[in-house]
Design a protein around this ligand. Structure first.
Ligand SMILES: O=C(O)CCC(=O)C(=O)O
Ligand SMILES: [Fe+2]
Length: 610
């Protein structure tokens, strides 16, 4: 497998849609291999049938009369033989062209070849000769059959069935996505290797396979490692039971639907070893040991290759060593700790003056992603939801379903802001525009691990009948701000997060004077899909977690009324654990709202609307 194209940045699944694209070539190669196998099998079958027929052929009765002269007897016999021989020759040629090249390694002792090259003029062929040839041919057939069986096409079909089911329901599960990646990299590689060993250049399947690999941007070994990294991170962040996760269980508690989710496939010892290795590379040493332990435990229940058995033996002693070292470490630390004074752990309190450090922020993000509740009942009891008409005639018959999420700064949700049809429209329209997300940094824009998703931009058509503009109008009504023109708000950014897709904690402001529009005052984020597990939007400083829900809109102000940046609005997106997340965002800028949102003299006054 040539390391030519990198479809995924190693270490991440860039997007679920990419993974789905891979199902196509996977199915295509599978079909080709199967077709090939079937035709070879058919040739063998008809050959066998022919040989049986040949055997059943009663030469004596074919010749009929004993009174025939010796010459005539042989002439007739040859005739019968020739007739069948022509057919046999054809069949054998077909088979031969598939199983061996002209420079067959087995050379002269290949009975089919001998049989075929028999001098046609030779006329004294006895029935015994033919019988012995048939025996030879049969043993050759058995040999070829055994070789075909080695391709293990039938076992392969089973995995392929899982892949087909996956394509029907979309690749949703991290374990299945990983297994698909493994199939397209390691497993195909193994099959190709064994095919090449057997048949040099005769397997057309392989050439086409290479061609497809380029055409479809097949993943390479590094991508499999990337998929492994995603599994390690997800297990770690969502604190999943390793064995259960490896078997494909995502428990109801961490889903957004309160149902257990199961994968189609399961991890095996080989995978646990890989996860351990990748965890070491990530510096997740404790997790690495846990994965390795699982590999060792799992190895008892599985048939291993020699290589795997050797690795497991090595792992057993590594684990023992590590654990005795860790034990020593612990007792040392304990002694040190006991000297220190206790009660130094600070409890989190969202105040304006003490901002969280980056480290604390990330910790809070993780807690919120796991679904921990970080606000007091008292705080939550102050939040209300209501039907909101905002004095707008447009909302008279169908008011907005407003739900407060936080008060200072104000964050609100609008439930059912878009219809399913509208969300589908946006996704469809944005799909061709998607590319790997970038995020701003000191030197400009970068593709990175901070923001793992695909994004694209959709402009507003400014035509009252345009479906996108209708959405903008609704946003303008809900926020009572200007958002139609290019000097009022940005285009729609559509983002798709695949499994493991995330956005680390960040602020949306900082576009100091984007196109003379001022900074990003408001973020209007609409969830275009449900996400089965993970993918929440979280505000670590506020202890807020919002679960994605198709059609729901999330709105907040990034700035104070004075234009000052509000650090408490820093937020992030939790990694998608199962499914695929789609959002669209419209950033509404500051300058154009000077009438609608007059600034205040106090630097620290926040907006309180709607
Ligand atoms: O995906 C999310 O939930 C948040 C996205 C976000 O913060 C952004 O695009 O700026
Ligand atoms: Fe953001």
């Amino acid at each position: 497998i040539g390391e030519t194209n990198y479809m995924f940045k190693s270490g991440v699944f860039a997007s679920i849609s990419n993974v789905e694209d891979l199902l196509h070539p996977e199915g295509e190669i599978m079909r080709r291999l199967e077709k090939y196998y079937m035709s070879a099998e058919n040739t063998l079958e008809s050959l066998k049938r022919y040989i049986e027929a040949w055997r059943a052929l009663d030469f004596e009765s074919l010749l009929g009369e004993d009174s025939l002269s010796k010459d005539r007897y042989y002439e007739r016999k040859r005739l019968g033989f020739r007739m069948k021989e022509g057919e046999l020759r054809l069949q054998l040629r077909k088979l031969q062209s598939k199983t061996a090249t002209s420079k067959n390694k087995r050379g002269d002792d290949f009975p089919l070849a001998n049989f075929l090259h028999q001098d046609e003029k030779e006329n004294e062929t006895s029935t015994e000769d033919i019988e012995s040839q048939i025996v030879k041919v049969q043993s050759e057939i058995q040999l070829v059959q055994a070789e075909y069986d080695k391709y293990d096409v039938k076992t392969h079909k089973k995995t392929s069935a899982a892949v087909t089911r996956m394509s029907a329901g979309g690749v949703q599960h991290p374990v299945d996505t990983y297994l698909l990646m493994k199939r397209l990299t390691k497993e195909w590689h193994d099959i190709e290797k064994s095919l090449l060993k057997l048949h040099n250049d005769t397997f057309k399947v392989l050439d086409d396979g290479d061609h497809d690999r380029e055409k479809y941007n097949f993943p390479v070994a590094a991508d499999l490692n990337g998929a492994a990294v995603a599994l390690i991170r997800l297990q770690d962040l969502y604190d999943l039971n390793m064995k259960e996760f490896g078997d494909g269980l995502i428990p109801a508690a961490v889903t957004n639907s309160n149902h257990d989710i199961r994968s189609l496939g399961k991890l095996r010892t080989w995978d646990y070893i890989l996860l351990g290795k990748e965890a070491v590379k990530l510096g997740y040493n404790k997790r690495a040991i846990q994965w390795f332990k699982l590999a060792v435990k799992n190895s008892d229940t599985e048939e291993l290759t020699d290589e795997e058995r050797e690795i497991i033996t090595g792992l057993r002693s590594t684990i023992l060593k590590y654990e005795s070292m860790a034990l020593e470490d612990k007792s040392k630390k304990k002694k040190k700790k006991s000297k220190k004074s206790k009660g130094n752990s600070k409890e989190y309190m969202p105040t304006e003056k003490v901002l969280l450090t980056y480290e604390e922020e990330a910790k809070m993000q993780n807690k919120l992603c796991r679904g921990e509740n970080l606000r007091s009942p008292d705080e939550e009891s102050r939040l209300v939801c209501r039907l909101e008409r905002l004095g707008s005639p447009f909302l008279l018959l169908m008011p907005l379903r407003l739900e407060e999420v936080a008060l200072q700064p104000r964050i609100v949700l609008f439930r059912d802001f878009l219809t399913t049809k509208q969300t589908k429209f946006l996704i469809k329209k944005a799909k061709p525009q998607l590319h790997e997300s970038t995020h701003g940094n000191m030197d400009g824009y970068d593709v990175s691990m901070i923001r793992v998703s695909m994004t694209g931009w959709l402009p507003d058509e400014l035509n009252p009948y345009d479906p996108i503009h209708k959405i903008t109008r609704k946003i303008e009504i809900a926020t009572q701000m200007h958002a139609s023109h290019s000097d009022e708000a940005e285009d729609y950014q559509v983002a798709n997060y695949g499994i493991g897709g995330l956005y680390d904690v960040h602020a949306d402001f900082g576009m100091t004077n984007f196109r003379g529009m001022g900074d990003r005052l408001g973020t209007f984020l609409i969830y275009l899909s449900d996400v089965t597990a993970g993918g929440a939007t979280v505000f670590p400083h506020l202890g807020v977690r919002v679960e994605p829900q198709l059609g729901t809109a999330l709105f907040w102000y990034n700035l104070y009324r004075s234009g000052k940046r509000d650090q408490l609005t820093r937020h992030g997106a939790c990694p998608v654990l199962h499914g695929s997340k789609w959002i669209t965002t419209k950033w509404i800028h500051y300058n154009a709202q000077f009438h609608k949102r007059p600034c205040s003299l106090s630097r620290d006054e926040r907006y309180n609307y709607p």
